[in-house]
Design a protein around this ligand. Structure first.
Ligand SMILES: [Zn+2]
Ligand SMILES: [Zn+2]
Length: 272
């Protein structure tokens, strides 16, 4: 059987003889289905079409792993390395032997996790390649697991798979939308990996928060406050968003506060 991958979001689904009829993640109001209808692909087909993984060191003990040409939503994964093992965050919808070899060289995988269902990618393939490493999914997003597997492990609130690496459930975009706090990132000043939970915008000095990014559905003030409160206990100076070029190099804690203040101010504006 084949584990079909949705060509739009890049999320891999359960093994079935033929492709599923719909991708519930893309049929949801936060994503979209192409005009010509749902399309499916496979790892083999993507490799034959010339996709390959690329990896780059972003700072000491942090490696980005992306796909070229870009596939699905186009996120690049982050592999954070610690003396106790490595966490892979936000895997794209494609992997190859080169990516597996690279991660093996870097010390393997202790766990896989993602900011939200749009970025589950081929998380179960990664787990299988590394001895069934746990795939950490927030309990609140259980319904969005498209490829169930014994490795899927549910968590809620906060969870530290490795010393100095903490998953923080923030909500907002999805109820289970999460970030990673990496204590030792940015030369010890701390870093957040945020995916679409706190999305780094084009100017790379601000972030934003949306229920849907492609369909431009905003979030209410209470959800913005909930996200801010969830990350408030953590010190950080750098934010890695979901894509190669979406990084706030320093002053990120102030940038998040400034961006939230701006968002909340616009929500309060009334023009009679
Ligand atoms: Zn999809
Ligand atoms: Zn998303």
């Amino acid at each position: 059987m084949t584990a079909w991958i949705c060509a739009t979001c890049g999320v891999q689904h359960v093994d079935t003889p033929g492709p599923p009829r719909t991708c519930p993640i893309c049929a949801d109001e936060r994503q979209w289905v192409p005009r010509d209808g749902q399309r499916w692909t496979t790892l083999e087909e993507l490799a034959a079409a010339g996709h390959r993984t690329v990896s780059r060191e972003l700072e000491p003990n942090l490696v980005g792993i992306g796909v070229e040409p870009s596939f699905g939503i186009g996120q690049r994964a982050l592999l954070v390395r610690t003396p106790a093992g490595n966490l892979l965050w936000d895997p794209p919808g494609f992997l190859d032997d080169a990516a597996i070899a690279r991660v093996r060289e870097l010390g393997g995988l202790a766990a896989v996790a993602a900011s939200h269902p749009h970025f589950y990618g081929v998380q179960v393939e990664w787990s299988h390649a590394f001895g069934g490493a746990p795939v950490l999914v927030p309990e609140a997003d259980r319904e969005w697991v498209m490829r169930p597997d014994p490795a899927v492990t549910f968590w809620a609130g906060t969870y530290s798979p490795l010393p100095g690496v903490t998953l923080v459930q923030c909500g907002g975009h999805f109820d289970g939308s999460a970030v990673v706090h990496w204590r030792d990132g940015a030369d010890g000043r701390g870093a957040l990996f945020t995916g679409d939970t706190i999305t780094v915008v084009a100017d790379r000095h601000h972030v934003s928060f949306m229920r849907s990014y492609p369909n431009l559905i905003p979030l209410p003030a209470e959800e913005i406050e909930r996200i801010l409160a969830a990350v408030a206990p953590y010190a950080y100076d750098r934010v890695y968003g979901g894509w190669w070029d979406r990084v706030i190099e320093d002053g990120a804690e102030r940038a998040v506060r400034r961006s939230a203040d701006r968002y909340l101010a616009w929500l309060r504006v009334h023009r009679p």
